[in-house]
Ligand binder design. Sequence first.
Ligand SMILES: *[C@@H]1O[C@H](CO)[C@@H](O)[C@H](O)[C@H]1NC(C)=O
Ligand SMILES: *[C@@H]1O[C@H](CO)[C@@H](O)[C@H](O)[C@H]1NC(C)=O
Length: 316
Amino acid sequence: MEYFAKMIVAFTWLLFLPGIYASWDEWWTYDGISGPDFWGLINPNWNMCERGRRQSPINIEPNRLVYDPHLRQIHVDKHKISGSLHNTGQSVIFRVEKGGKHHVNITGGSLVYKYRFEELYLHFGADNQKGSEHQINGATFPAELQMYGFNAELYHNMSEARQGSNGIVAISVMIQIGDESNRELHNLASGFGKVVYRGQKWPINHLSLAGLLPETHHYMTYDGSTTHPGCWETTTWLIMNKPIYITKQELYLLRQLMQGDQTLPKAKMANNFRPVRALHHRTVRTNIDFTHSPGTKACTMQREMFYAARQWPKLL
Ligand SMILES: *[C@@H]1O[C@H](CO)[C@@H](O)[C@H](O)[C@H]1NC(C)=O
Ligand SMILES: *[C@@H]1O[C@H](CO)[C@@H](O)[C@H](O)[C@H]1NC(C)=O
């Protein structure tokens, strides 16, 4: 849509919305006139959503990946944590317990600092053809899990970190349908039926974030933004090169979640993904050494296979 037309719609809404919702943070959506096309126009603090050129999510193009031998393994602390699952109206989010002593640190990968896990988002579709935010070679997945952490060496908390350089890390894991779900995802799924309406929350204990990662050391990394407002371009993305699995039943429960509260449930939350953004000449690096991993399978969506591999077609 034309920028000017968008501005008019956005400002018309400005007159009404503050009366309906308590704060800015609450009323954005994934569709219509408070959807992704308008995030950057409605709140001046979110203008990167409109103007930014290092935005997320992106489509990962396998034949443009660059192998970087200096990338290290990603390390996520293994201990279990407690927190709660929240229905925010836009997403279902797991937040670590405030004041918990045992932070989960995220290090390695392309990270130079130590990051502290803060929250985990689930994006999912109303059907199996869509749901993930990132795409691999144009393909989407039924869901995507994103673990966000902030740079605990330079900043005190997420809200401070997202405004500063190297502020945030986001680890992305694609979710595919399988006969058996990832065990930690199953733990999270135990709360899906308890947070059907906006504002509801449910305690989740003994969650291992490391256990939510697929069994691979391979990943892709690039500099981008948070995929929710204000689209802060201080985010280092690490995209795991294998999916984890969710059962049909659990996915069904996710799809029952609503955007509104019990008195006004509104629409289903499903399809809470931001469309892919242009790459704008950014480089996506990977630690997959295609030339020296002849056992590595090419990009597919199947179990035991990796998403993508540059030069691999030559080896087939
Ligand atoms: C995580 O990092 C903090 C310092 O930021 C440290 O105190 C803590 O012990 C680390 N956690 C683990 C499990 O190593
Ligand atoms: C985050 O840390 C900054 C700096 O210490 C502080 O001013 C701010 O109130 C904190 N914000 C939250 C939400 O805790």
